[in-house]
Design a protein around this ligand. Structure first.
Ligand code: NAI
Length: 340
């Protein structure tokens, strides 16, 4: 039976990298009926809405989305569609595994850490106003409900995957009430998981600690903005933004998307690395219990990196998006022969 998945191509490099991921997933043999509906500027031109009702209905129906990045205008214009989708579907947990690919030379050869980012509040609540001309106030909202929920998600994940340590990342020395509440919630939840070592690090120190020695971390849980920044920092450990996947998870829906943005500097040039969105699609395959296909696609990805023949420019190769994708699909067939 085919799975129904909503495909949101996005803009910038979004359509290129999602097309690559779809080709590879289809080559794996998993049957998926894609409902392709875009969000953002393209959707606005077609439907008069940045998040068209057709898209919302599709996600409600399928419960699963694979999404390309969507550009957000800086300092004005419409509000982030990415943030709006996460809020609309209460995708409260942003799950971002940062794992080295075995054969890609990087500063740190074997990083394996997971960032769990609260996805619905913090400074991303979008509550900003001008108090008087020249003075703008932006509110950071931290609630007990959302903090307990994300802490529980992180500890449940750690228990299930036999992870050993969780660090809550905060700035409660300065934001005593908001980050203080976040920390209290993490401590409360930590009591129920005695087998997991719980620690707390201040965000600025965390940046330094990560760069000095990322191996000291296992699972990191934090509020929205810290998670956004730390994710890009950690992407650099494993080869850059072209590599790191993500999942936005809620109780009824899940949307899978890369950590990176729409990369306007390389859009439309067949230069983007589709690995991050492909690894997001692998997370999606695991989510829909297509484990064998997920393993096979991952094996083909590792083989393509080991061969080093068709890598994209961001990781030291000379191939375009399509050449990398073709090579991976060819490897998918050989992996299938080897294992099957
Ligand atoms: P970005 O992630 O788009 O690009 C940062 C740098 O990484 C650029 O040099 C880019 O070429 C490179 N890069 C990113 N992805 C790559 C890939 N797959 N392959 C090779 N190189 C890659 O970040 P930037 O420039 O800050 O943001 C651009 C736009 O994307 C903004 O409008 C931002 O709001 C939006 N954005 C959207 C996100 C989403 O849809 N979830 C997430 C982050 C940013």
């Amino acid at each position: 039976m085919a799975h129904n998945v909503t495909l949101i191509p996005g803009d910038g490099i979004g359509p290129e990298v999602t097309r690559a991921a779809v080709r590879i997933v289809e080559a794996s043999g998993v049957k998926i009926e894609w409902e392709t509906i875009n969000a953002g500027s393209e959707a606005f031109q077609k439907y008069g809405e940045y998040i068209p009702k057709e898209l919302s209905r599709s996600i409600e129906r399928t419960g699963i989305g694979l999404k390309g990045p969507i550009t957000t205008p800086i300092g004005g214009g419409f509000a982030s569609i990415n943030v709006a989708l996460r809020k609309q579907f209460e995708l409260y947990a942003n799950f971002r595994p940062v794992k080295s690919l075995p054969s890609l030379p990087t500063r740190y050869p074997s990083v394996d850490l997971v960032i769990v980012r609260e996805n619905t509040e913090g400074q991303y609540s979008g509550i900003e106003h001008e108090v008087v001309p020249g003075v703008v106030e932006a509110l950071k909202v931290i609630t007990e409900k959302a903090s307990l929920r994300i802490a529980k998600f992180a500890f449940e994940f750690a228990r299930r995957e036999k992870r050993k340590r969780i660090h809550a990342i905060h700035k409660a020395n300065i934001m005593k009430m908001s980050d203080g509440l976040f920390l209290r919630c993490c401590r409360d939840i930590a009591k129920d998981y005695p087998e997991i070592t719980y620690g707390e690090h201040i965000i600025d120190n965390t940046c330094m600690q990560l760069v000095m020695n990322p191996y000291q971390y296992d699972v990191l849980v934090m509020e929205n903005l810290y998670g956004d920044i730390i994710s890009d920092l950690c992407a650099a450990f494993v080869g850059g933004l072209g590599l790191v996947p993500g999942a936005n998870l809620g109780h009824t829906c899940a949307i899978f998307e890369a950590v990176h943005g729409s990369a306007p500097d390389i859009a439309g040039k067949d230069m983007a690395n589709p690995t991050a969105v492909l690894q997001s699609a692998i997370l999606m395959l695991r989510h829909i219990k297509e484990t064998e296909a997920a393993d096979r696609v991952h094996a083909a990805l590792e083989k393509t990196y080991k061969e080093k023949l068709h890598l994209t420019r961001d990781v030291g190769g000379a191939a375009g998006t399509s050449e990398f994708t073709d090579a991976l699909i060819a490897n998918l067939e050989s992996v299938a022969v080897a294992t099957g």
